[in-house]
Write a protein that binds this ligand. Sequence first.
Ligand SMILES: *Cc1c(COP(=O)(O)O)cnc(C)c1O
Length: 436
Amino acid sequence: MTTPLDSFQHDWKAFEQAHVWHPYAAMPAAVPPVAIRSAQGARLKLEDGRELIDGMSSWWAAIHGYNHPVLNTAIRSQLEQMSHVMFGGLTHRPAAELAALLVELTPTALDQVFFADSGSVAVEVAIKMALQYWQAKGSTERVRLLTVRGGYHGDTFGAMAVCDPVTGMHHLFAHALPKHYFAPAPGCPFSAAWDEGCITGFRALLQAHHHQIAAVILEPIVQGAGGMRFYHPEYLRQVRALCDEYGVLLIFDEIATGFGRTGELFAADHATVSPDITCVGKALTGGYMSLAATLTTRKISARISQDGTPFMHGPTFMANPLACAVATASIKLLLASPWRSRVAAIESRFRRGLEGCRGLPGVHDVRSLGAIGVIEFSDPLEMRWIQPLLVEKGVWLRPFGRLLYAMPPFIISDEELERIITVMSEVTHLVSHNHA
Ligand SMILES: *Cc1c(COP(=O)(O)O)cnc(C)c1O
């Protein structure tokens, strides 16, 4: 009789494909996953010895590339002290130091830090904070959220309920989710002239329903997994003003945009707008470990905590010391690096390099902002042949829907970046040729 361990020993990849789920995948996955043995800098090393240039930063996270000596050392030395202790009733310096950095780097009023283990959970925490705030104020009717279409905030139930109801990957659960308000997606592109019409739908919804709205939640400037769209900073300024006018809290989800990706340290910095609650994750640990944080103001924490009321959330692995230590090291490494000019250089290379794809048959739009380059097609891409082709061409990109996009580690070399851009345009020409 063959046991599961026998099959694993015999052919671990076959075993893996038969038994292990992948994100947003059928079982087995339509396109078999690529097996990685190690990673270094902006390169992924495959089990079969080939190398791929990484254009994904492992979903926005690995901003310093892989296997970075400074980050490795941070984890190693924390490991010598302790890898984890519960955060209920106990505390440690790594959590305090990371909190100090986050409080220093985010807008002044945001100085109360809640650590969570993933971005989705940080969003759940933000929503709970808003709900508990209004509960404590006695406004029990304020239980809805207002967001915009085209958003993505995570995969847990609270977060799913504010993802785009159609393109947000969760329409299967629509019947089971709380109903929130959705304004039109911000229609005004980042670098176009501002058009007052962009905010009309949002304003109308807020005017009509503000008595029931606890908070507005948005990804500032960049709508990521919901469509990789970049919108105008004025939109955020107007949203802030409207939230103030109607006394509604404002939550920014900076999980994808935080730590330099858009060219500013946080995307909200493009608009110099300060939210009441903000979520960070993804690049927080430089892609080393799962960690996220939700920051809010003393005004909100004090209201929630009136009469000693606790805030009702407490992950088992809250503020994991290894994750906090590597996050602190990653942020310090970022701040000590010329990240601003690196990201600007990546942006201008994307801008020049992808421009040739604009206007091709089947290409809907070409855009870039910070270290993000996007080609949007008019039809969904056929992953079945495009994914293996990208690997064959030596780059790691993970297209989804109608999007072929890259967000490389900031440390990527000019040659590596050039290769990614070349492959993106080669594939675009192929898709376009098939389309025509
Ligand atoms: C990835 C992402 C999340 C969810 O983070 P997870 O760590 O995957 O749970 C939430 N919001 C935004 C904007 C994201 O990009």
